[in-house]
Design a protein around this ligand. Sequence first.
Ligand code: NAI
Length: 337
Amino acid sequence: MKIAFFSTKSYDKTFFEAVNHETGDCHVLTFLEPGLSPATATLATGQDAVCAFVNDNLGGPTLENLVGLGIRTVALRSAGFNHVDLVAAERLGITVVRVPAYSPYAVAEHTIALLLSLDRNIHRAHARVREGNFSLEGLMGFDLHGKVAGIVGTGVIGLCVARILAGFGMQILVSDPVRNPEVEKLGARYVPLETLMAEADVITLHCPLTPATRHLIDAAAIARMKPGVTILNTSRGAVIDAPAVIAGLKSGKIGHLGLDVYEEEGDLFFRDLSDQVSQDDVFARLTTFPNVLITGHQAFFTREALSGIARVTLENLSELEKTGLCRNTVAAASHHK
Ligand code: NAI
């Protein structure tokens, strides 16, 4: 297939070219820097498929423009598919495939990196030591052992996180409409979301973004939480209502916040904006708290994950080319999952 890659970075090119070469150069890859949008869709003229990433625009107008070019295959190089208008895709006869699982360890381990850094103030200690300040004032942490972790979403990533936290000796509460027996084997207890919110010392989000999970962490949810709670979000930004979380941080209700995703990240992440004046006041405020640690959607960013993403994406397209079907097709009904 001839595939146009949007939002391409150097690492995408490296991993996709390597995997394509290993598998006999079956596909012709074109790497484009711009993100996919109604205006840039035309860059895919002459291609059979487009490959998109998490902040590409896959709304109805973009999909219509792709169909206008004769393109009816969209390969997501991500697990999440909340940015695709699946109803429009179905109406237009577009097949959307994704990478349901590559390295859940990458995301789980990054979540734990945020947790340990926040808990033990590693980010602040690092800055102090570099300046010759060896004072421990303000750096006191807390033991995770014996504390209660609340995991929202016990799919592949939630399970990995549960295993690591169980290893720390934490008690684990979980919430998910679908039970995962592997999580229960760890001694984790399924509880209603309200119970998890009220009892957990550390709340970590591993559910997809759906209408049901949008702003799951809002002012009402924060009001139910334990004082000093730690909240971690490596799922999708809009699962958290950022202004509500800022209010929670200002009042001291939220003790620590670790984010790898942000609702309006599409205007910020994956590029160097260091010489520009910040236009996002909510994000700017978040960066001012000493007890907030933010990374720019890099939880997936390991060698193993990138290699897995490239392999599964190209396999998806080969499968579609040969059989017209692909086991990793995203169904329109998934939208309401
Ligand atoms: P998964 O599909 O294996 O698991 C998601 C789980 O969430 C499922 O068990 C599902 O039943 C559950 N869920 C759905 N609605 C829920 C609700 N209302 N409350 C509680 N649980 C609910 O997905 P996986 O691979 O574990 O990924 C989870 C999310 O992590 C993805 O949807 C994606 O948004 C995000 N992600 C973030 C990455 C990053 O780099 N920061 C990389 C990969 C995924």
